[in-house]
Ligand binder design. Structure first.
Ligand code: KIV
Length: 262
């Protein structure tokens, strides 16, 4: 089979509806390279960046400049992956024009393949405006981390009618896929069966078309992962042990090695 040389397009992601596929967050070139080497071809530069990389306690402080810098790094670390960039809090809520301007910056300066924004029916006009500017949009409904601390909190979302309404609204507005975050599994299954675009679940049960997790939770690099996440490694331990070994060798004089006399 010929290797592809171009990045996966949003339309190809939509065409995966009904086929399970993995999505992973990424924030820098080295880990993006690892994800692509592992066969993951949809990478999300989430504004979870703020918590897992920048050390904030929420995603709220992340700004457009942060997102552009880290999106560009993920793009530089990959060749054919589709790179979704989050529109950070404050960069799209005020108007359709703001949303389009911010989305263009992520594509133009960050080389994003598409953008993601949080919100359901209330964001339909924003989604349509960005899609109208030629930029594919991944929607995000259910738990919305950008406003959860000052809004509805972090509990499981189980308002079936509101969630179905939001899912149809974002699909009708032109989104090519939709993230369902912390949505009751039966409702996520119902949404997945009703809309024509792929659902990408996170804490939303096994019936979504795709699954996404936060890289640092999967690799055991974040000290406070959500209950639904699964760690496939403990890189925090591995890194600490490697650094302890280095520190010990410097203190003992074992590193660097003495030059062997000729
Ligand atoms: O910011 C992020 O990582 C996200 C995922 C949790 C879907 O939006």
């Amino acid at each position: 089979m010929a290797h592809r040389t171009t990045r996966l397009r949003a339309t190809e992601i939509t065409a995966r509806k009904g086929t399970a596929f993995p999505v992973m967050t990424a924030y820098d070139a080295p880990f993006a390279r690892c994800a692509e080497a592992a066969g993951i071809d949809v990478l999300l530069v989430g504004d979870s960046l703020g918590m897992v990389v920048l050390g904030y306690t929420s995603t709220t402080p992340v700004d457009l400049e942060d997102m552009i810098r880290h999106t560009a790094a993920v793009v530089r670390g990959t060749k054919t992956a589709h790179v979704i960039a989050d529109l950070p809090f404050g960069s799209y809520e005020a108007s359709d024009a703001d949303a389009v301007t911010s989305a263009i910056a992520l594509v133009k300066e960050g080389s994003a393949s598409s953008v993601k924004l949080e919100g359901g029916a209330e964001m339909a006009a924003r989604i349509a405006a960005i899609v109208g500017a030629g930029i594919p949009v991944c929607a995000h409904i259910g738990l919305l981390p950008q406003t959860a601390p000052i809004g509805d909190g972090f509990a499981l979302r189980r308002d079936r009618d509101a969630l179905l309404h939001d899912a149809h609204a974002v699909a009708d507005a032109g989104a090519y896929a939709v993230v369902l975050e912390v949505v009751e599994a039966d409702i996520a299954a119902e949404i997945t069966s009703q809309i024509a675009i792929p659902t990408i679940g996170i804490g939303a049960g096994p019936s979504c078309d795709a699954q996404v997790l936060v890289l640092h939770d999967v690799l055991g690099l974040y000290p406070d992962p959500p209950k639904f996440a699964k760690a496939y490694a403990n890189l925090a331990n591995d890194a600490t042990n490697a650094l302890r070994a280095y520190a010990g060798e410097v203190r003992s004089g074992a590193f660097p090695p003495r030059r062997v006399p000729r």
